[in-house]
Design a binder for this molecule. Structure first.
Ligand SMILES: Cc1cc2nc3c(=O)[nH]c(=O)nc-3n(C[C@H](O)[C@H](O)[C@H](O)COP(=O)(O)OP(=O)(O)OC[C@H]3O[C@@H](n4cnc5c(N)ncnc54)[C@H](O)[C@@H]3O)c2cc1C
Length: 304
């Protein structure tokens, strides 16, 4: 792709050779040859259009809490959404519509809901990252997922047009949203439908959701669950019973607290994490004949 200059897109910073590790919760990964960091929704739409026009592909990065980025140079341009954040709400009787820009943190929207006594998003307590990333991966827990609260989505389409999607036109699956199953669509905004409740009940529900996370490692750098649960089973159980807890490669170690979490320690690299994940997969396949698919997303790495 032609080298973009720093001022070529309005409301968008263009930087070259940017280390990506600080933009991920694992804290690993190489340098983006080109990073576009828009500051407004218009800037994001312009940047997405520009990248779509180039036709060379690009990667949307939100909070980086579910992604493993390869070591070394990342040729694919990276579009970072975290600078495009903010939310406002409209009362609609017994419900509240909360309109969010894609880089808004899930934590921030949940705080807003707690403060105002709006129910529905409590399941998301403890999920890091942005609403754009949460939407793309239909993030959630056994208590609920984004599909249960999303009312509408605004996207930049592959042809550059901005489009609105109402709830009924979006297909949802376990950790998937039909709009983002393949490549080039960018979430420009998300509207959540929450319910008028009272603050005490919302606080209580958030507390109980956080309590349910007690078994997860909290002091180390992770990207949440590495593998999806296979139908009717738990990846964590399979990994645990295959003896994966505590396995390590270089600076990557399978958490002792939860076998589906890989922790990055000092000098960890993306290759360490990939190698360790492959080792875990092989153990589960040998012990149970089950192939574990990645829940994490990858950039610049081939998932076998
Ligand atoms: C401690 C911890 C606990 C976690 N717990 C959970 C949990 O309980 N449940 C759960 O589901 N996940 C969990 N996760 C994983 C992760 O936090 C979620 O998947 C989160 O919603 C990802 O959001 P993000 O902004 O960080 O996305 P990123 O990691 O930046 O990106 C994830 C994917 O979303 C795409 N994407 C991001 N923004 C956009 C956009 N605007 N438009 C189009 N595509 C976009 C990216 O291209 C990528 O494919 C956890 C992670 C950690 C570190």
């Amino acid at each position: 792709m032609a080298r973009l200059s720093a001022h070529s897109i309005p409301d968008c910073e263009v930087r070259h050779n940017v280390p990506l590790a600080p933009y991920t919760t694992w804290g690993v990964g190489g340098c983006a040859k080109t990073l576009l960091a828009p500051r407004t929704a218009d800037g994001l739409a312009c940047a997405a259009r520009r990248l779509q026009d180039e036709g060379a592909g690009f990667y949307v990065l939100g909070g980086g809490s579910n992604v493993l980025i390869a070591d070394g140079a990342i040729e694919t341009p990276v579009l970072l959404t975290t600078g495009v954040s903010g939310a406002d709400a409209a009362d609609c009787g017994d419900c509240v519509l909360v309109h969010c820009l894609p880089g808004t943190s899930v934590k921030g929207v949940l705080s807003m809901a707690v403060k105002n006594g709006w129910g529905g998003l409590e399941f998301a307590a403890g999920i890091p990252g942005t609403v754009g990333g949460a939407l793309a991966g239909n993030s959630g827990t056994s208590a609920g997922s984004m599909s249960s609260v999303v009312e509408a989505v605004r996207t930049v389409e592959e042809n550059g047009a901005v489009r609105e999607w109402k709830e009924g036109s979006i297909g949802w699956g376990y950790r998937s949203c039909s709009l983002f199953n393949e490549g080039r669509r960018v979430a420009l905004g998300v509207t959540f439908r929450l319910v008028q409740s009272d603050r005490a009940s919302v606080v209580q529900a958030v507390k109980s959701a956080m309590k349910g996370r007690g078994y997860q490692p909290s002091a180390s750098r992770t990207a949440g669950c590495v593998f999806k649960n296979p139908e009717g089973d738990s990846a964590g159980r399979l990994l645990d019973e295959s003896g994966c807890k505590g396995l390590s490669v270089g600076g990557a170690r399978v958490s002792y607290a939860h076998a589906n979490f890989i922790e990055s320690m000092a000098d960890c690299t993306a290759s360490d994490i990939m190698e360790l994940a492959a080792m875990c997969r092989a153990r589960v396949r040998d012990a149970f004949g089950v192939f574990l698919a990645f829940e994490i997303k990858t950039l610049g790495l081939a998932d076998s």
